[in-house]
Design a protein around this ligand. Sequence first.
Ligand code: SF4
Length: 392
Amino acid sequence: MTIYSHSRISTFENCPYQYKLRYIDKIKVDVPTTIECFMGDLVHRTLEKLYKDKKFMKEDSKKELLKFYKDLWKKEYSDDILIAKADQGLTSENYRKMGLKFIEDYYDKHKPFDQLTILGLETMDRMTLPDGNQWHVRIDKLACDDDGNYYVCDYKTNARMKDQEEADADRQLALYSIWVKDKFKDAKSVKLVWHMLAFNKDAVSERTDEQLKKLQQDVCDKIKEIESATEFPRNQSGLCNYCVYKSICPSFRHEFELEEKTVEEFKKDDGVVLVDEYSEIKMKLGELKKKDEELKVKLVEYGKQFDVDAIYGSNKIARLKEFEKIVMPEDREKFIGLLKEKGLWEEYSMVCYGRLNSSVIGGKVDDWVRDAIDVVRDVRVSLGKRKDVEDE
Ligand code: SF4
């Protein structure tokens, strides 16, 4: 039995290799706190205080609440908090003010905070999935009204508004509604609410029992896929920039190692030498291929001009021999149809290696095809441009 969560499953979906490092190899790395997380945490704690105090009949004024946030910031902010957008001119003060604005807007919109009965704040629990695994439940604010409607609320400090399509596809809160329905038998409906604090708007979604059943099944299928995985390929994407394992990931480790080297050491690095040589050769090959085509055209022109079909060099002879060749019809499909109609397709068609390769590797062929073909491992070498280096 394992405890799964939305974040654990998302990690596997985004990059199976990152999943392996984090959940299987349990590699520990120093993760700097980002300013977004720091500010988000303080906003969460401030709104938690608002509702906690209210429970004890203490109504915080907006001023008190903002002071609480400001004091927390003063006490807990440290210079090692990462401001990734510092290069865009953003400072900690910008984020501090953003948090203040979020709290202020939320306060004005929801005052006097008695529209709903608060059942839980930062609720933590586990629920058992149909496959016996556990699902981690953590709800920022759980509330209900007098009509049996329950509300699973999440505070979001993202700079991007969640649209309806995204809210309706969200897995995290949707699974929590199963937990709510199980815990509160009087629940007539469970509404999933994202307080999008940067926009002072809410995104709301609700799932039918059927949708929840399917979602739960999809999650169990995904867990099965994770637990039976024997390979954990790397999936490079924009998310790599936020990956805490980037410096040890084989797709980026060499870059990090080079950053530690002096200019001299960099130039002598075996990898750098190989790539530079390979890149030069590829460039020369490209130029030579172009030159080869140009020379062939010139030789044919020379042959025509001087009416010769053998041109003599110092050591070699270039012979020119005319031959006939076909040009495929523009409408290939029609032509292939004709060949099939006339029973000639078998004779002129051949196996498409690329399509066969991807079908076999993707497991999309019958067993007899798979059994007749060996699958071996090979390495493709391709050259790409380093985004962090200016063109010379
Ligand atoms: S850096 Fe990218 S490819 Fe490497 S583990 Fe992280 S997410 Fe995966």
